[in-house]
Design a protein around this ligand. Structure first.
Ligand SMILES: *Cc1c(COP(=O)(O)O)cnc(C)c1O
Ligand SMILES: [Zn+2]
Length: 430
């Protein structure tokens, strides 16, 4: 099979006008099975359940060698992404590093740990680049000239960046109290950025009304079915980067619960396609204790999510009424994983532990992942032969306020060897 993608080096930027051959798949309701033609609609008219792209059962799937020969981006898995024809925008997102973390493995008492490092995702330094890459192609294919989102920060960065590059207008809605790095890291791309008085859940409710009213493609509202599929590529990459085999467990943070749900789906799809060896990994989902509705749903073991009012510094994952919460809880339960929540103090310690053991600086959500893994290890949920992947979903330079007060201040001294010698002596004696 020949490569179906053009050579997607960084300089390959297709214009939206190429979209004639790009067609999003039709969708089907995840709850009642009702089918819908491809459209910027995410909710079933019959039962209000979420719609998901419907993949043609007879489509031709590539083998390992074919995939491995394609450009290193998330689009090398395009048969598992919801389009027929060639994607036209954001072709170079994905394929972030999977890095070995032996010092963290020692700390957790397991055989191996790898960090899936979306802190260096292209272009906006979080895993939200993946979901926006699929959503923006859907928007272009549907002929929409404006995209938008309700965001806790990283999605705002990603939509603004990808829209700017594709030449689309964007309207971005965030809670008013986001970190300065997330606000500046959105505004710089020239979107219409609006801060809303309220929590994310208020912003999301507003955006649900705006999509229809203005005919916009709100990536996580009316394009949500296409958006969510982008998250699966994190699972695909982990499997390929491990040498086409499964780890024994993965740990990932949860906001709306989409990433954990789609990790479960992605692992299953590659196992079903016969591309990988090994058992389905245990999926562990982590949240901050100040906003942990999905973990608490998992703990109760029923299926009714109880919304919460967020109170945590982990703002990027502070969603009190998560749309995919029940699906994420199901993935954790059926894979043999668990939910784990951690305090704000623990997540700050998690950020520092990851930095000091692996040289990766993550934001608050990554701190929740690492602290969650530490808590799971302490709770006896990992085994000495476990091989664990930690999903690090965002970059620490966006949330420096989380650690600025706890890191030691650097001494200011004169440019004199004597002064350095005094410091060295002081620290060696310590
Ligand atoms: C959005 C986000 C998540 C989780 O997102 P889901 O809504 O659960 O898919 C995790 N980490 C970071 C940094 C995020 O921005
Ligand atoms: Zn339905």
């Amino acid at each position: 099979m020949t490569s179906i993608l053009p050579d997607a080096g960084p300089s390959h930027v297709a214009a939206p006008s190429n979209s004639a051959t790009l067609r999003p798949y039709a969708q089907r309701c995840k709850l009642c099975g009702t089918e819908n033609d491809a459209a910027p609609i995410a909710i079933c008219e019959n039962c209000l359940g979420p719609l998901e792209p419907l993949y043609p059962a007879n489509r031709r799937l590539p083998d390992r060698a074919t995939i491995a020969a394609r450009p290193q981006s998330m689009w090398r898995y395009r048969e598992w992404l919801p389009f027929e024809g060639d994607p036209v925008a954001s072709l170079d997102t994905g394929f972030s590093p999977l890095i070995d973390a032996p010092r963290l493995a020692d700390k957790l008492g397991v055989a191996r740990v790898w960090v899936k490092n979306d802190a260096v995702s292209h272009p906006s330094l979080s895993f939200k680049d993946r979901v926006v890459s699929t959503a923006i192609n859907a928007a272009i294919a549907f002929g929409l000239d404006t995209v938008g989102c309700a965001s806790t920060g990283n999605l705002a960065n990603a939509v603004a960046a990808h829209a700017a590059r594709a030449g689309l207008a964007s309207w971005i809605f965030i809670p008013e109290d986001l970190e300065i790095g997330k606000i500046i890291g959105t505004a710089v791309y020239g979107p219409n950025l609006v801060r809303i008085k309220g929590h994310y859940d208020d912003v999301n409710r507003l955006c649900a009304q705006l999509a229809d009213r203005f005919g916009w493609g709100i990536v996580n509202v009316n394009l949500r079915g296409y958006y969510g599929e982008g998250s699966k590529t994190m699972a695909f990459e982990i499997l390929e980067q491990l040498g086409w085999r499964t780890p024994s467990a993965v740990v990932a943070p949860m906001a709306g619960g989409s990433l954990v749900t789609k990790l479960g789906k992605g692992f299953k799809e590659f196992i079903d396609a016969g591309l990988v060896t090994g058992n389905s990994p245990r999926v562990y989902g982590t949240q901050a204790s100040g906003c942990a509705p999905i973990v608490r749903l998992w703990e109760r073991g029923d299926s009714t999510l109880v919304p919460e009012i967020p109170n945590t510094i982990a703002r990027s994952i502070a969603i009190g009424n998560p749309a995919d919460g029940p699906f994420a809880a199901k993935v954790m339960r059926e894979s043999g994983g668990r939910g784990q929540h951690v305090s704000d103090e623990a997540l700050v310690a998690g950020i520092r532990l990851l930095a000091e053991t692996t040289g990766v600086f993550t934001e608050t959500a990554g701190g929740v992942t690492v602290a969650g893994a530490v808590a799971l290890a302490e709770g006896g949920h990992f085994h000495s032969d476990d091989e664990i992947v930690l999903c690090i979903t965002g970059n620490g330079l966006k949330t420096t306020e989380a650690v600025s007060d706890v890191l030691p201040a650097a001494p200011v001294i004169a440019p004199k060897v004597r002064d350095v010698a005094a410091l060295v002596a002081e620290r060696t004696n310590r």
